[in-house]
Write a protein that binds this ligand. Structure first.
Ligand SMILES: *[C@@H]1O[C@H](CO)[C@@H](O)[C@H](O)[C@H]1NC(C)=O
Ligand SMILES: *[C@@H]1O[C@H](CO)[C@@H](O)[C@H](O)[C@H]1NC(C)=O
Ligand SMILES: *[C@@H]1O[C@H](CO)[C@@H](O)[C@H](O)[C@H]1NC(C)=O
Ligand SMILES: *[C@@H]1O[C@H](CO)[C@@H](O)[C@H](O)[C@H]1NC(C)=O
Ligand SMILES: *[C@@H]1O[C@H](CO)[C@@H](O)[C@H](O)[C@H]1NC(C)=O
Ligand SMILES: *[C@@H]1O[C@H](CO)[C@@H](O)[C@H](O)[C@H]1NC(C)=O
Length: 417
C-alpha cells in the first residue's frame, strides 16, 4: 500500500507539472492565430481536391501548441465531404489531446500523416479514454510516413493501478473496410492500436516501437473483430506485439517481426462475461526476436464464461532467443487471484504449430500447459525444431493435458499425449 500511495503521489506531481506546462498554450494560441471559419478554412484547405490540411485551418507545427481544435475541424470537413477527402497532417510536430474522429462520413476519408502527432501528457484531458478515436467510419485509410507519438516515456509507471487509466494511442471502433499503412506508432502510453468491433481492416508496413520495459504498451490489440490482416510490420514494445482477444475471427498475421515484447498472443481469454469465441487465426512467416514469448495462447484459469478458441495456425516462424517460443497456458492468472473451483473454462482446440525453427533462451521450447478440466485437443506439432541457445541443458517439450499429434518434430519436443 505504501508503494501504491507513493506512486500515486509521484504521478500526481507529474500530472500537475504537465498541466502547468501545457495549460497556458491554448490561451497563447488563441491570441496569436484566430482560427478561420470552418467553411473558409475547409475550402481553402481543400483547394477543390478534397484535401483538408490542418495548417490551413491554423494548426501550429511547433510541437507545443495544442492542435486538437484544428485536427477536429479538418476531420469534420473531410468527414462531411462527398467523394474522397483527406485530412492532411503535413511535416512538423503537432501536439494534440483526445481526438474524436467519428463517422459515419459522407464519402471516404483518408488521414494522411507525414508529420508527427504528439499525444498530450496532460493526462486529465483524456478523462480515462483513448487518444485518437476513430469510430463508425467505413472505407477509412490512414497512411503516410509520419508518426503517432504517444509520448509515453513521460508517464510510464510500474504501478498497475495507475497504468490502467492511460490512453491507447490509436483506436478503431466499428470501422468497416480500412487500410492503415506506412506510419510509425511510437511510445504509446497504453496500447499502440486497439481494434474493436471492426471488419475488413488491413494493417500493413507499420513500425511500432516502445521500450522493452514499458508497461501495457501492446502493439496491436484486436477484439470482437472479423477479417483483420496485419502484414509486413515491425513491432517492439513492452507487452504483446499483437494480441487477439475474444470475439475475433479470420485474423491473419504475416511478415511481422516482433521483439522486444511478449510475442504474438491469442488471449487472454475468459476474463469478461460477454466474451465470444475466437476462431480462424493464422500467424505465418513471422520472426520473433528476444521476446519473452513466441506464439502463445493464454486463457484465464478461472474463466468467467465458457468459450472456445479454435482453428489457430502458427506456421513458418523463426524464433531467435525467445524465452517461451511455443506456449499454450490455460492456467493464466497474473494477479494470482484465481479460484481453481471455477466451473467455466476456455476450450482450446485445433491448434497447429508448423515449421517453427530457431532458438529458445530457456530449455522448455514447447510448453503446452492445458487444464485437467478442459484438456487441449487437436494440437499438431509439425516440423517443430527449436533448440536451446544456452549451455548445460537441452531443449524440451513440457505438456500437461495436451492431446494431439506430432510429426517431423524434435523428439524431445513431441510431448503430446
Ligand atoms: C464524438 O463525435 C460524435 C459525432 O460528432 C458525437 O456524436 C459524440 O458524442 C462525440 N463523442 C465524444 C466522446 O465527444
Ligand atoms: C474500401 O475502401 C477503399 C478506400 O476508401 C475504397 O476505395 C473501396 O472502394 C472500399 N471497398 C468497398 C468494398 O467498399
Ligand atoms: C512503407 O512505408 C514507408 C513510409 O513509412 C514508405 O516509404 C514505403 O514505401 C512503404 N513500403 C511499402 C512496401 O509500401
Ligand atoms: C486478408 O487476407 C486474406 C488472404 O489473403 C484475404 O482473403 C482477405 O481478403 C484479406 N482481408 C483484408 C481485410 O485485407
Ligand atoms: C519454413 O519457415 C521458414 C521461415 O521461418 C521459411 O523460410 C521456409 O521456406 C519454410 N519451409 C517450408 C517448407 O515452408
Ligand atoms: C534443464 O532444464 C529443465 C527444464 O527447464 C530443468 O528442469 C532442469 O533442472 C535443467 N537442468 C539443468 C542441469 O540445469
Amino acid at each position: 500500500m505504501a508503494f501504491g500511495k507513493n506512486a500515486t503521489r509521484v504521478l500526481f506531481v507529474l500530472m500537475v507539472m504537465c498541466a502547468t506546462s501545457t495549460a497556458k498554450l491554448p490561451v497563447a494560441k488563441e491570441g496569436a492565430a484566430p482560427a478561420p471559419a470552418p467553411e473558409a478554412g475547409a475550402s481553402e484547405a481543400s483547394g477543390g481536391r478534397g484535401i483538408f490540411d490542418i495548417t490551413n485551418v491554423g494548426a501550429t507545427s511547433d510541437g507545443k501548441t495544442d492542435c486538437s481544435k484544428e485536427l477536429q475541424e479538418a476531420w469534420k470537413s473531410a468527414c462531411g465531404a462527398a467523394g474522397q477527402a483527406t485530412v492532411l497532417i503535413p511535416k512538423g510536430e503537432f501536439l494534440a489531446g483526445p481526438l474524436n474522429f467519428s463517422g459515419p462520413c459522407k464519402g471516404d476519408v483518408t488521414i494522411h500523416i507525414d508529420g508527427t502527432l504528439l499525444g498530450t501528457n496532460d493526462l486529465p484531458k483524456y478523462n480515462g479514454g483513448s487518444w485518437i478515436n476513430i469510430l463508425k467510419v467505413n472505407n477509412l485509410v490512414i497512411t503516410g510516413s509520419g508518426t503517432i507519438d504517444g509520448q509515453g516515456a513521460n508517464v510510464y509507471t510500474k504501478d498497475p493501478a495507475e497504468a490502467k487509466a492511460f490512453p491507447n494511442s490509436l483506436v478503431l471502433d466499428f470501422v468497416k473496410n480500412g487500410t492503415i499503412s506506412g506510419i510509425t506508432l511510437l511510445n504509446s502510453k497504453f496500447f499502440h492500436m486497439n481494434i474493436y468491433m471492426s471488419e475488413d481492416v488491413k494493417i500493413e508496413n507499420l513500425t511500432i516501437t516502445a521500450p522493452g520495459d514499458s508497461p501495457n504498451t501492446d502493439g496491436i490489440h484486436i477484439g470482437d473483430s472479423n477479417n483483420i490482416n496485419v502484414t509486413d510490420t515491425t513491432i517492439g514494445t513492452g507487452d504483446d506485439c499483437i494480441s487477439i482477444g475474444g470475439g475475433s475471427s479470420h485474423i491473419i498475421v504475416t511478415g511481422v517481426t516482433c521483439g522486444p515484447g511478449q510475442g504474438i498472443s491469442v488471449g487472454c481469454l475468459g476474463r469478461y462475461k460477454d466474451e465470444k469465441d475466437v476462431s480462424d487465426v493464422t500467424v505465418k512467416d513471422c520472426v520473433l526476436r528476444s521476446s519473452t514469448n513466441g506464439v502463445r495462447v493464454k486463457t484465464y484459469e478461472d474463466a468467467v464464461k465458457s468459450i472456445t478458441a479454435s482453428k489457430l495456425t502458427f506456421e513458418n516462424i523463426k524464433m531467435e532467443d525467445v524465452a517461451n517460443p511455443i506456449i499454450i497456458d490455460q492456467n493464466y492468472c497474473p494477479e494470482k487471484v484465481c479460484t481453481a473451483k471455477s466451473k467455466s473454462a476456455v476450450t482450446v482446440k485445433d491448434v497447429i504449430f508448423r515449421n517453427i525453427t530457431g532458438t529458445s533462451s530457456t530449455p522448455a521450447a514447447v510448453s503446452l500447459l492445458c487444464s485437467d478440466k478442459q484438456p487441449c485437443s487437436g494440437v499438431e506439432l509439425i516440423d517443430v525444431n527449436v533448440e536451446y541457445s544456452g549451455k548445460n541443458n537441452k531443449t524440451i517439450g513440457v505438456c500437461n493435458n495436451a492431446k494431439g499429434t506430432a510429426k517431423d518434430t524434435l523428439q524431445a519436443l513431441a510431448c503430446l499425449a
